[in-house]
Design a protein around this ligand. Structure first.
Ligand code: ATP
Length: 389
């Protein structure tokens, strides 16, 4: 398998890792990086397991190391490179769902604490040897996701979410026994035992996948989030209208996948540690179908502007996907950019008294401008706003 080390060496950060480990034994590349190299994909990150101390290797790689002594891990970041180092360890779960007891162990045992066989492969950077748990290499060939033991999902239910992401990303299927264990774990309430903040971070990871809709489909398919009902056409229609550089595509994907009859969006997302902006977008997006009906019913541009102004753009494009594509396209391309050539100072200069009426007059003039009743002309606009004073 020296070919694997050669492929690793073709990556700048992989080359540096190999150089730093030239003199040390017992250093292994593990997890997704080995899986991806074997699949001919570019690894997303380099996870390294050291049989022994991590700090000497961290020092050989660079200086900017974050270390966690308790877990015997270190992260080294240098330029575009990042290496996550961990001392080889075994984990024992006192009871399902509890935090594991950790102790130092050899690499073969370290592999046994991992989630699926295809992630339980280690490449010895010293001699190029590959170590893998049973079935790992066949599963990689066959495109199968298989847990390492029957209690895997009960020990750590976030593995259900992880498996959904891998299935979507790699186009892999759950091995029959693993599929059965997943169904049993979900039936036993494993999914509900995952804390809100962990669901939040798993959701973020799912949304960052190359095909986030596929990831959400797998999550929903496994029954992990009954409030998710991904809808690819609706999502794609909405994304197609999202103006370049505006809004958050990941929130469009998430909002488009939220089952309509699932009630209060705020309550649904409480505890997921979303930001205030994210919550506001999801709340607005939950009303996209109603927004679409109102936008379709607006007889005048000024009315449409009243309906859509201030609504997060993610919710606006979802309203387009919900049937209001013509009015939304008009709003996004044209109406939302319409403004006045005048401001409050012009009305003061023309003799209007200070006060809230200035804002009201300007707003009314803008409506007439939107409806094409007055032109883009300062004098005309001042006259319009002053009219009747
Ligand atoms: P990526 O998703 O970026 O391809 P990855 O597969 O390497 O990455 P990480 O989340 O970076 O996944 O985790 C690194 C490795 O740690 C995994 O490949 C897996 O072996 C192990 N691992 C991570 N989380 C768990 C978990 N919850 N249970 C068991 N093993 C895990």
């Amino acid at each position: 398998m020296d070919d694997l080390r050669r492929r690793l060496g073709e990556l700048a950060c992989g080359r540096r890792l190999l150089d730093a480990t030239a003199a040390t034994g017992g250093v292994h590349l593990v997890g997704g990086a080995v899986r991806d190299l074997l699949l001919g994909r570019v690894p997303r990150e380099l996870d390294v397991v050291v049989e022994g101390e991590v700090l000497p290797l961290a020092a050989a790689l660079g200086t900017a190391a974050t270390t966690h002594e308790r877990f015997a891990t270190a992260t080294v970041v240098d330029g575009d490179c990042r290496w996550d180092l961990a001392a080889s360890r075994a984990e024992d779960y006192a009871r399902p769902g509890a935090l594991p007891d950790v102790r130092p162990a050899a690499i073969d045992e370290d592999l046994l604490r991992r989630d699926v066989t295809i992630n339980a492969i280690a490449l010895d950077l010293g001699d190029g040897r590959v170590r893998a748990v049973d079935h790992a290499l066949e599963d990689l060939q066959a495109g199968l996701l298989r847990v390492l033991h029957d209690a895997s999902f009960l020990d750590d239910p976030t593995r259900l979410w992880r498996i959904a992401r891998y299935a979507a990303r790699l186009g892999f299927e759950l091995e029959a026994g693993t599929a059965r264990l997943a169904v049993e774990a979900v039936a036993a309430g494993a999914a509900e035992r995952v804390s809100g903040s962990r669901i939040g971070s798993e959701l973020r990871l799912a949304l960052a996948e190359p095909d986030p809709v596929a990831a959400l489909e797998r999550i929903a398919g496994l029954g992990l989030a009954p409030w998710l009902a991904p809808d690819r056409p609706r999502t794609e229609q909405a994304l197609a209208l999202l103006p370049a550089g505006e809004g958050r595509p990941d929130l469009v994907v998430l909002a488009a996948a939220i089952a309509e009859d699932e009630g209060d969006a705020d309550q649904r997302f409480a505890g997921l540690e979303l930001t205030a902006v994210e919550r506001a977008v999801l709340r607005a997006a939950a009303h996209a179908p109603a927004l679409a009906s109102r936008a379709l019913a607006a007889e005048r541009p000024s009315r449409l502007a009243r309906i859509l102004r201030g609504v997060p753009v993610e919710a606006v494009v979802l309203a387009a996907a919900d049937g209001a594509s013509a009015p939304v396209a008009r709003w996004l391309a044209d109406l939302r950019h319409v403004g006045l050539a005048i401001d409050g100072d012009d009305l003061l200069a023309a003799g209007m008294a200070r006060g809230p009426q200035i804002g009201r007059r300007l707003a009314a003039t803008l409506e007439r401008r939107l409806d094409g009743e007055i032109r883009d002309d300062r004098e005309e606009q001042i006259a319009d706003a002053m009219g009747g004073t």
